[in-house]
Every structure is written in C-alpha cells, then in structure tokens.
Design a protein around this ligand. Structure first.
Ligand SMILES: [Fe+2]
Length: 377
C-alpha cells in the first residue's frame, strides 16, 4: 500500500486540504491528553478544522492496552466516521490503527487474538500525525497491543496509515526526558533494523540515515531543543519507522516489553537498555549460531558498519559510545540505575521475552545467553 507523506515545519497545514479531498464529514480523532494541547495541535484543530463533525478519543494510559482499544472501538462504531486522524506518540498512533481496523469488523479483538478468527482487514483512511520523534508508527503497517502484561503485534499492510504528516513543530515543546526516551527508541529501531535478518538495501538505506541523524542531533535535541535538531530527530524517527516497516525489530525490542509492562520502564529506555550489549553480542556471531542466511561474514560486516556510523573503530568503543550517549541524555544503563532488583527483573524478562522479535536477531539467542548478558547490566 502506498502512503502519502508530508514532512517539515508547518506541514500540518496540509491537513484541511487532505480532508477536503477525501470529502471527510465525520472525523474520529485519537489524541494524547496533554500532548494534544502542548504540541500546539489542539490550537491548530480549533482554528483550521471546521465544518466537520469531530469525536475525540483520548482517555487512555501510556501503553496501547486491550481494554482501551475496545472502548475506542465501541465509541468509533457508534460515531461511524469517514476518516480517522491520530495525533500523538506511538501509543496514540497504534490505538488509532487498531480502533480503525476493529471498529469495521463484527468480531471482538479477543476472538481475533485467541481464536484465530480472521479480521476483514478493512479500514477507513487514517491520517497519522506524530507529536514525538520516536516510534515511527506513522510509517509502519503494524501496531502494538498489550493484553495484561503480554505484548502482541497486529500486522497487515492495510494498517499502514494512508497519510503521514510529520511536522517537527509539534515536537518543539517535548520535555528533555520525553525527547531522550523517544529518540532512543528511534535509534534502537534503526540499529536493530540495520542488523535484522530481514534487512534489504532499501531498509538499510533508511536505517543508516536515521542512525547518523540521531548521532549528530539527539544530545542537542534533549539539552537545547533547537529547531534544527528537532527537524533532524523527526526525520530520523520517520526513517527508522520506514526501516522497521520492512524488517521489524530484534533482540533489544524482544526483551524490552517485559521491562515496560512489569516495571513501567518507558519503551525507549527499555529498548536502549540492552542495545549496547547486543551490539557486542552480535559482533561475536559464529558459524554455529548465525541466523542470517547471508552468513557469518555478512553479519560481522553489518555490525561493523553500524559501529562505523557511530564514528567508532572497534566493538568496544561502539558499545561505550552508545552507553555514553544514554548517560548524556539521562537514561539508565544498569538495573541499579533503573531502580530494579536484578534477580527478580531478569527472571521476568526471560519469562516474557517476545519470541516473534527475538528470531529476527542475526545471532541466535537462548535463555542462557540472555541471562549472561543481563547479569552484566
Ligand atoms: Fe520501538
């Protein structure tokens, strides 16, 4: 499916014309709570979106949870919109994708997830407008869904938003912490996509550009929030989204979901947590444990390229470079800094690791190897 993309400061100004073109009469608007106001999006909608019936759905937590999506589905079915617009971070965008999909199907989400019923994969036009530079969800054909503390992914080409408007002006008011965690998500997604077993020349092109943009701009975006660094991070996040739309993610994401669901660790912090360790781990790939069809030399070369994009020459310096980046933007690199008791946390991470993403890692991973790696943190 093709996507219409708009990028740049004030690109949100394209929205009224897009709505007019699709003859939108009824808009189901999924947004964050405070972020809708603070990003400036709320003021834009008040000024520029007129003559359309709008139903806003915004009362949910930091994760896309089943019960919230179900509430949105109910509301959306009653309202019967002709367009869905999502303005917010990754959770908002994922909830909008899921509500759009499941509101047009007569079955329940549980029937789809647990009884293998096939959804119709029919959707209304969806305009995705990110207010963070992180998830890249506006560029992907999948959505995360938490049932209890277990993470699921719903994936189909129809979930790719029909329109993506990436306006860095909406990220200017992001706090340093929010900038740091969302930027780390973009960075980890780009690195993981680059070494993923499903990578292609196209995905690697997006991922490389995203990695290099993060390297030169994330620290400035966190500490100074300059317009230039915000534009670069918005681009990085969007490119990383396009990269994982092709490849999906790998081991750091696979281990991150339990950290987020059980311990409330923000997603970007949780994925960055094991990224330096997996850089080292993947660089030590052998003929016995390589999982990428392209072979052990290819994986070693690929990890070496990631290290060179960071401006480093060795695995050790690459690993330290990422750890230093995380320290400089105020993120934790050890269980102690996360405020977690190691033994209990490691067990939860191992119990709940996401196998769907783990198998994308270019070097095979088993529980023993993950435990060793986590013990060192
Ligand atoms: Fe992510």
């Amino acid at each position: 499916m093709n996507q219409e993309e708009y990028f740049g400061i004030s690109s949100i100004n394209h929205l009224p014309a897009i709505l007019k073109r699709i003859a939108a009469q009824r808009m189901f608007l999924v947004t964050g709570d405070k972020s809708f106001l603070e990003s400036g999006a709320s003021a834009f909608f008040t000024r520029n979106i007129t003559g359309i019936a709008v139903k806003r759905f915004y009362e949910f937590g930091a994760l896309p949870r089943l019960e919230d999506v179900e509430r949105g589905v109910k509301m959306c079915r009653v309202f019967a919109p002709d367009v869905v617009v999502a303005v917010g971070g990754g959770t908002v965008l994922d909830i909008a994708k899921l509500v759009n999909l499941f509101s047009l199907w007569s079955g329940s989400i549980s029937e789809f997830l647990f009884q293998s019923k096939t959804v119709d994969w029919k959707v209304k036009p969806l305009v995705a407008i990110p207010t963070t530079s992180g998830s890249g969800s506006e560029a992907t054909h999948f959505a995360v869904l938490y049932v209890g503390n277990t993470k699921y992914s719903v994936a189909n080409q129809t979930l790719l938003p029909s329109v993506a408007i990436v306006d860095p002006a909406l990220t200017l008011s992001l706090s340093p912490h929010h900038t740091a965690v969302s930027g780390m998500d973009a960075f980890s997604q780009a690195v993981e996509s680059y070494w993923c077993i499903h990578s292609t020349d196209e995905s690697k092109g997006y991922a490389r550009e995203a990695i290099e943009l993060v390297c030169s701009n994330l620290i400035t975006a966190v500490h100074k929030g300059t317009e230039e660094s915000r534009i670069a991070m918005a681009k990085a996040a969007h490119l990383a989204g396009k990269a994982i739309n092709i490849t999906k993610t790998t081991a750091p994401h696979a281990l991150s979901y339990a950290l987020t669901a059980w311990f409330g660790v923000p997603h970007g912090q949780a994925v960055g947590f094991t990224l330096p360790s997996f850089l080292e781990y993947n660089s030590n790939v052998t003929a016995e444990d390589v999982t990428d069809q392209r072979g052990v030399e290819y994986v070693k070369k690929t990890v070496g390229e990631v290290i060179s994009f960071l401006g480093c020459a060795t695995v050790k310096s690459g690993k330290e470079w990422i750890q230093q980046l995380m320290k400089e933007i105020g993120l934790a690199t050890t269980f102690k800094e996360l405020g977690l008791e190691k033994t209990g946390a490691i067990q939860k991470l191992l119990d709940d690791v996401n196998l769907e993403r783990l198998v994308n890692n270019p070097r095979g991973v088993n529980n023993l190897k993950m435990e060793e790696l986590l013990e060192k943190l």
